[in-house]
Write a protein that binds this ligand. Structure first.
Ligand code: HEC
Ligand code: HEC
Ligand code: HEC
Ligand code: HEC
Ligand code: HEC
Ligand code: HEC
Ligand code: HEC
Ligand code: HEC
Ligand code: HEC
Ligand code: HEC
Ligand code: HEC
Ligand code: HEC
Length: 278
C-alpha cells in the first residue's frame, strides 16, 4: 500500500511542477538518438572529398603519379581557411614537410614550377623554367658550350617547347637527300654537339654524296677498283678523317721502293680515281 501512495505523491508533484513552470524544453518533438553518436566518424576517403572537390580528385586521378595517396596525408588541416585571418598559406600543405630541396639551392621555390600539387609532374614551360634548365641539366649545357655550333645559340626552349619534349630534326631541317629517314640523323649527329659527326658502318655513300657531289661522281665513275669501296670504309668513324693507304694495303711494294718514294699518291695520283693499272 505504501508504494502506491508514494507514486501518487510523486505524480502529483510533477503535475504541480509542470503547470507551475508551464514550459516544454522545445517547441518541437524530436526524439534523441544517442546511438548515432556512439562511435567516432571514419576519416573521409578521397572519393568522399571528391564529391565536392572534383578538380583536385581528377587531377590526381589523371596525372597524380606518386601523389595518389590519401588527401589527408597532405591536408592534415582542412576547412580551416578564414578570410578574416588571411591564413590560406598557413593551412595549405608544405612541400618541405615531405621533400628536401631536391633540385639544389637555386630551386627552393617549388610552387613556381610545380604549380599544381595534384598533378606534380606537369611543369609548365614558363620563363622561370626556361632560364634555369642548366641548374638541373648541367651536362647538356656544358656540351653545347664545349662544342660550339649554331645550336649553342638556339635557346633550350626553342627545341624543347614543353618540358621533357624532344623535337624531331625535321621540325627545323630537311634531310640530306629525299627520303633519308629520321632515324638516320642520330646515327651521325649528337644534337647538343651537332658538328662532331661520328658514325659506324659504311653504308653512308648517299649522305656523303649529297655534299661532296664532285668527289662522289668521280669515284663512282672511276674504272679503278676503289669505285667499289664505300666512302666510309676509308673515311671511317669520324667526319673528315683521312686514312693511310697502309691501313688496307699492308706492303704493296718492296720496302726499298717505299722508303725512296714514301708518298703513295706521288705515283697513284688520285685516290678517288686511280689511274688505270692495265
Ligand atoms: C601531395 C600533397 C597533396 C595531396 C595528396 C592532395 N593535396 Fe590538395 N593541395 C595540396 C597543396 C600543397 C595545396 C595548395 C596549393 C596552392 O597553394 O595553391 C592544395 C590545395 C588544395 C585545395 C585548394 C585549392 C584548390 O585547388 O581548390 C583543395 C580543395 C584540395 N587541395 C583538395 C584536395 C583533395 C580533395 C585531395 C585528395 C583527393 C587532395 N587535395 C590531395 C597538396 C595535396
Ligand atoms: C560536402 C562538401 C565537401 C567535402 C566532402 C569536402 N570539402 Fe573541402 N571544401 C568544401 C568547401 C565548400 C570549401 C570552401 C570553398 C572552396 O574552397 O572550394 C572547401 C575547402 C577546402 C579546402 C581549401 C580551404 C580550407 O579551408 O582548407 C581544402 C584544402 C579542402 N576543402 C580539402 C578537403 C579534403 C581533403 C576533403 C576530404 C577529406 C574535403 N575537403 C571534403 C567542401 C567540401
Ligand atoms: C605528405 C607528404 C608530401 C607532401 C606534402 C608533398 N609530397 Fe611530393 N611526394 C611525396 C611522396 C611520398 C612522393 C613519392 C616519392 C617516391 O616514390 O620516391 C612524392 C613525389 C613527388 C613528385 C614526383 C611525382 C611522381 O609521380 O613521380 C613530385 C614532382 C613532387 N612530389 C612534388 C611535390 C611538391 C612540389 C610538393 C609541394 C607542393 C609536394 N610534392 C608535397 C610526398 C609528399
Ligand atoms: C625551376 C622549376 C622547378 C622548381 C623551382 C622545382 N622543381 Fe621539382 N621538378 C621540376 C621539373 C621540370 C621536374 C621534372 C618533371 C618531369 O618529370 O618532367 C621536377 C621534378 C621533381 C621531382 C621528381 C624528381 C625525379 O627525379 O623524378 C620532385 C620530387 C620534385 N621535382 C620536387 C620539387 C620540390 C620539393 C621543389 C622545391 C624544393 C621543386 N621540385 C622545385 C622543376 C622544378
Ligand atoms: C628543377 C630541375 C629541372 C629544371 C629547371 C629543368 N628540368 Fe628537365 N628534367 C628534370 C627532371 C628531374 C627530369 C626527369 C628525369 C627523368 O625522367 O629521369 C627532367 C627531364 C627532362 C627531359 C627528358 C629527359 C629524358 O631522358 O627523357 C628533357 C628533354 C628536359 N628535362 C629538358 C629540360 C629543359 C630544356 C629545361 C629548361 C627549359 C629543363 N629540362 C629544366 C629536372 C629539371
Ligand atoms: C637544336 C635543338 C635543341 C637544343 C637547342 C637543345 N636541345 Fe636538348 N635535346 C634535343 C633533342 C632532339 C634531344 C633528344 C636527343 C636524343 O633522343 O638522342 C634532346 C635531349 C635533351 C635531354 C635528354 C637527355 C639527352 O641528352 O638525351 C635533355 C636533358 C636536354 N636535351 C636538355 C637541353 C638543355 C638544358 C638545353 C639548353 C642548354 C638543350 N637541351 C638544348 C634538342 C635540343
Ligand atoms: C627548333 C629548331 C631546330 C631543331 C629541332 C634542330 N635544329 Fe639544327 N639548327 C637549328 C638552327 C636555327 C641552326 C642554325 C641554322 C643556320 O644558321 O643556318 C641549326 C644548325 C644545325 C647544324 C649546323 C651546325 C653548325 O654550327 O653549322 C646541324 C649539323 C644541325 N642543326 C643538326 C640538327 C639535327 C641533327 C637535329 C635533330 C637531332 C636538329 N639540328 C634539330 C635549329 C634546329
Ligand atoms: C652519315 C652521316 C650523317 C647522317 C646520317 C646525317 N648527317 Fe647531317 N651532316 C653530316 C655531316 C658530315 C655534316 C657536315 C658537318 C660539317 O660541316 O662539319 C652534316 C651537316 C648537317 C647539317 C648542317 C647544314 C648543312 O646542310 O650543312 C644539318 C642541318 C644536318 N646535317 C641535318 C641532318 C639531318 C636532319 C639528318 C637526318 C635526316 C642528318 N643530318 C643525317 C653527316 C650526317
Ligand atoms: C652537309 C654536308 C656534308 C656532308 C653530308 C658530308 N660532308 Fe664532308 N665536308 C663537308 C664540308 C663543308 C667540309 C669542309 C669543311 C670541314 O672541314 O668541316 C667537309 C670535309 C670533308 C673531308 C675533308 C677533311 C679535310 O681534312 O680536308 C672529308 C674527307 C669528308 N668531308 C668526307 C665526308 C664523308 C666520307 C662523308 C659521308 C660520311 C661526308 N664528308 C659528308 C660537308 C659535308
Ligand atoms: C679508298 C679510300 C677512299 C675512298 C673509297 C674515298 N676516299 Fe676520299 N679520300 C681518301 C684519301 C686517302 C684522301 C686524301 C687525299 C689526299 O691527301 O690528297 C681523301 C680525300 C677526300 C676529301 C678531301 C679532298 C678532296 O678531294 O676534296 C673528300 C671531300 C673526300 N675524300 C670525300 C670522299 C667521298 C665523298 C667519298 C665517297 C664518295 C670518298 N672520299 C671515298 C680516301 C678515300
Ligand atoms: C679502306 C681500305 C683502303 C684504303 C684506305 C685504300 N685502299 Fe686501295 N684498295 C682497297 C681495295 C678494297 C681495293 C681493291 C682490291 C681488290 O679488289 O682486290 C684497292 C685497290 C687499290 C689499287 C688497285 C686499283 C685497281 O683498280 O686495281 C691501288 C693502286 C690502290 N688500292 C691504291 C691505294 C692507295 C694509293 C691508297 C691510299 C691513297 C689506298 N689504296 C687506300 C682498299 C683501300
Ligand atoms: C714509285 C711509284 C709508286 C709508289 C710510290 C707506290 N706505288 Fe703502288 N704501284 C705502282 C705501280 C706502277 C703499280 C702497278 C704495278 C703493277 O701493275 O704490277 C702499283 C700497284 C699498286 C697496287 C696494286 C697491286 C695489285 O696487285 O693490284 C697497290 C694496292 C698499290 N700500288 C698501293 C700502293 C701504296 C699503298 C703505296 C704507298 C704505300 C704505293 N702503292 C706506292 C707505283 C707506285
Amino acid at each position: 500500500m505504501k508504494k502506491s501512495t508514494l507514486s501518487l505523491f510523486v505524480a502529483t508533484l510533477i503535475l504541480v511542477a509542470s503547470t507551475a513552470f508551464a514550459a516544454k524544453m522545445a517547441t518541437v518533438d524530436i526524439p534523441e538518438k544517442p546511438e548515432m553518436y556512439a562511435t567516432a566518424p571514419a576519416a573521409l576517403t578521397p572519393q568522399q572529398c571528391a564529391q565536392c572537390h572534383t578538380g583536385a580528385f581528377n587531377g590526381l586521378k589523371t596525372a597524380g603519379g606518386k601523389h595518389r595517396f590519401d588527401c589527408q596525408a597532405c591536408h592534415t588541416v582542412i576547412h580551416a581557411y578564414n578570410p578574416k585571418k588571411a591564413n590560406y598559406d598557413e593551412v595549405m600543405p608544405k612541400c618541405a614537410s615531405c621533400h628536401t630541396d631536391i633540385h639544389g639551392p637555386a630551386n627552393k621555390d617549388c610552387a613556381s614550377c610545380h604549380n599544381n600539387p595534384h598533378t606534380p609532374r606537369k611543369v609548365a614551360m614558363t620563363q622561370r623554367l626556361a632560364t634555369t634548365c642548366a641548374t638541373c641539366h648541367a651536362e647538356e649545357k656544358a656540351e653545347l658550350v664545349k662544342f660550339p655550333s649554331k645550336h649553342t645559340n638556339v635557346s633550350c626552349d626553342r627545341c624543347h617547347t614543353s618540358h621533357g619534349f624532344k623535337p624531331s630534326c625535321f621540325m627545323c631541317h630537311k634531310p640530306h637527300f629525299k627520303d633519308q629517314p629520321i632515324e638516320a640523323c642520330a646515327k651521325c649527329h649528337s644534337v647538343h654537339k651537332p658538328k662532331q659527326v661520328t658514325y659506324q658502318g659504311t653504308d653512308w655513300n648517299q649522305t656523303c654524296a649529297s655534299c661532296h657531289s664532285k668527289v662522289a661522281a668521280k669515284l663512282f665513275n672511276s674504272k679503278a677498283r676503289h669505285s667499289k669501296v664505300a666512302c666510309a670504309s676509308c673515311h671511317k668513324a669520324k667526319h673528315g678523317y683521312i686514312p693511310q693507304c697502309t691501313e688496307c694495303h699492308k706492303a704493296p711494294h718492296p720496302a726499298s721502293i717505299l722508303t725512296r718514294f714514301p708518298n703513295c699518291l706521288g705515283c697513284h695520283l688520285d685516290v678517288h680515281d686511280l689511274p688505270s693499272m692495265k
